[in-house]
Structures are given as C-alpha cells and as structure tokens.
Design a protein around this ligand. Structure first.
Ligand SMILES: Nc1ncnc2c1ncn2[C@@H]1O[C@H](COP(=O)(O)OP(=O)(O)OP(=O)(O)O)[C@@H](O)[C@H]1O
Ligand SMILES: [Mg+2]
Length: 261
C-alpha cells in the first residue's frame, strides 16, 4: 500500500471511529446519536453509511486577521486533493479571497472552491456524498460564519503568528469556541499551528509553550516556516511546492486527520 493511500485509509478509519455519531450521518434518516432520535435502520446499515460516506470538516479559523488562514486552507486543500481526495474549500469569509483566487483559474481541477456564508449541518449532509473533506476558510471576525463553523466542524485549525498581540487575541477566540461547544455533542478539536515560524527565534518557541497551556487544545508538532515560496505558490498557476515547503504541509495534514487527531 503506498504511503498516500495508507494515510487515506487510516484517515477514513479514524474518522469513522471518532465521528461516527456526528458529521457522517448528519441530516440523514439515521442520525439518532446526534439528535437523539430513534434509529430507522439496523446498526450495520448505520455503520456502513458512516464508513462509505466519511467526510471530514476542518475549519481554519482565528479572529485575528492575516495569520495565514486562507493560505493554509488553500495549501491543505491542494495537499488533500493530491492524495486523491475530493475537496471542497468553503470560503465563508466575506472578503472571499479564496474564491477570488480560484476564479483566476489557478487551482487544481479536483478542488471546488465555493463562497459559502453559512455552513450548516443540513448543507454538510448534502455534501457528504460529493466530498471527502470540507475545508472552511473563516473570516477574521467573530460572527455567524465562525460560530457555525465551530459548531459543525470536526476540527479547528488555528494558525497563530509568533507575537504577543497574536497570543492575546487567541484567548478571546477560545472563549468564543467554548461557547460553540455547548451546541456540540463533544468539544471541538482545536489544533494550533504556528505559522510564519522561524525556528531560530525564541518568540516561536515561547509561543508553542504558551499555547500548550490552553486546556483542551493541541499544538501541532509541525510549524509552518516563514517562506515567500508559500505566497508565490498561490499567486500564480498552481505548481507543486518545492519539497522543503511541501513537507510541513504534509505533516500538518497528517496531524489534522491522523489517528491521534
Ligand atoms: N508561512 C508563510 N510564509 C510567508 N508568508 C505567508 C505565510 N503564511 C501566510 N503568508 C502571507 O501572509 C499574508 C496573510 O495571509 P492570509 O491572507 O492567508 O491570512 P488570513 O488569516 O487569511 O487573512 P484574513 O484574516 O485577512 O483573511 C499573505 O500575504 C500570505 O501570503
Ligand atoms: Mg483569509
């Protein structure tokens, strides 16, 4: 089994195990675990539906602007599409940067980019036969889009820049996310990733330590370096990233969708 296929296999299995009662069956007739309704089908039918329609929903969010949400959303979409996944990049930011970028014809054919103001459970239920992954690019503001994304996503990827002001904004955002948790069956998985990191800078290392102090959150082992290559990669017609830029994106995708996610 190739590395990519193996990764994808584990992703499906791990999502099936962790989310069987949530995303995969939302909106269908057999959604009883989430909505506490009686199950219309035998358990094996229910499980088969979960297995065959596994779809993961990742919200890339931070109330702070310019931290790399759109950049990472696009790079992750390409990474997952490169593994053979059908990817929807749902642009819920009114600035619509990701959607504007896709209209320049720069993206891979297998990625659908769609302006989507409100990601609801009903909408996700309609999408689950069409896509393996939905990546939501959230706006840098506290609003309906962010809260809805926090309610329906399987995981939130939270890019953070090394800087004191960025850290302060994170505290406010986590309060918002914990409010959204009251609408969920299980708390939203939150994965911080330090973006534009300089491994030699004490600031990046100090940030990782501080982020680890937030209860219920994980900090990605991967950090995304500060490299103009990422900006260039999405500024022209899509070309594969150079290997040194690709590796952090690959490991970030593994951490997001892996078994221990
Ligand atoms: N790892 C990186 N290395 C270098 N430049 C980066 C990196 N990540 C993001 N950038 C640059 O930082 C700027 C802001 O990135 P981006 O637009 O993705 O942030 P954002 O969080 O989506 O912003 P907004 O909050 O306005 O939606 C862009 O010019 C982008 O090219
Ligand atoms: Mg953005």
């Amino acid at each position: 089994m190739s590395q990519a296929i193996r990764r994808r296999y584990f992703t499906t299995v791990s999502l099936m195990a962790s989310n069987a009662s949530r995303t995969h069956v939302r909106g269908s007739d057999s959604v009883s675990p989430f909505f506490h309704r009686p199950c219309a089908f035998p358990l094996y039918v229910h499980l088969y539906a979960c297995y065959s329609r596994a779809m993961s929903v990742i919200a890339v969010m931070n109330l702070k602007g310019g931290v790399g949400k759109t950049t990472l959303a696009i790079l992750l979409a390409h990474e997952l599409a490169g593994r053979g996944g059908r990817v929807l990049l749902a642009d819920s930011d009114p600035q619509a940067s990701a959607h504007a970028w896709s209209t320049w014809g720069l993206t891979k054919d297998t990625i659908v980019v769609q302006p989507t103001k409100k990601i609801t459970r009903k909408l996700l239920a309609e999408l689950k036969t069409k896509f393996d992954t939905v990546i939501i690019d959230c706006p840098p503001a506290l609003g309906d889009q962010c809260i809805l994304a926090a309610v329906v996503a399987d995981a939130a990827l939270i890019p953070v820049l090394p800087g004191a002001l960025d850290f302060a904004a994170t505290t406010v955002m986590l309060e918002t996310l914990s409010a959204a948790d009251t609408e969920r069956q299980t708390p939203l998985k939150k994965l911080f990733v330090v973006n534009r990191a300089d491994s030699r800078s004490a600031m990046s290392n100090a940030l990782v330590k501080q982020l680890k102090g937030f209860e219920g959150c994980k900090v990605a082992k991967t950090t995304i370096p500060q490299r103009a290559g990422y900006t260039k990669a999405i500024a022209g017609k899509w070309r594969s990233l150079s290997r040194d830029l690709q590796i952090p994106i690959e490991s970030l995708a593994d951490e997001l969708l892996g078994e221990d996610a």
